[in-house]
Design a protein around this ligand. Structure first.
Ligand code: FES
Length: 105
């Protein structure tokens, strides 16, 4: 799926991410800056925080209870905040846009 990552300063990175990877892995593998992913995708660090574009809110689903509790450690959490390691890439997410926070706490 094609995913657009938009950095806090507006810089866009459009990359192709394979189905089955997470949105976090898509960023790391394509050298998209702005996602730290300190825990490597275990939903245990909250440094892969992103804002999901409203148009994709339904496709990306809701954060799990565990993800919600980790998000408490992120800064500037919004209703569309997610931990990108917890979003699995599927064909339905083609065209997904995520915005990155100013920093990962
Ligand atoms: Fe650590 Fe997502 S990479 S919570």
């Amino acid at each position: 799926a094609k995913i657009t990552y938009i950095e806090h300063d507006g810089r866009e990175h459009v990359v192709e991410v394979k189905t089955g990877l997470s949105v976090m892995e898509g960023a790391i593998r394509n050298n998209v800056p702005g996602i730290d992913a300190d825990c490597g995708g275990a939903c245990a660090c909250a440094t892969c925080h992103v804002y999901v574009d409203e148009a994709f809110a339904a496709e990306t689903g809701r954060a799990s209870a565990m993800e919600e509790s980790m998000l408490d450690f992120a800064e500037n959490v919004q209703p569309n905040s997610r931990l990108s390691c917890q979003i699995r890439v599927t064909d339905d997410l083609d065209g997904l846009i995520v915005r990155l926070p100013e920093n990962q706490h």
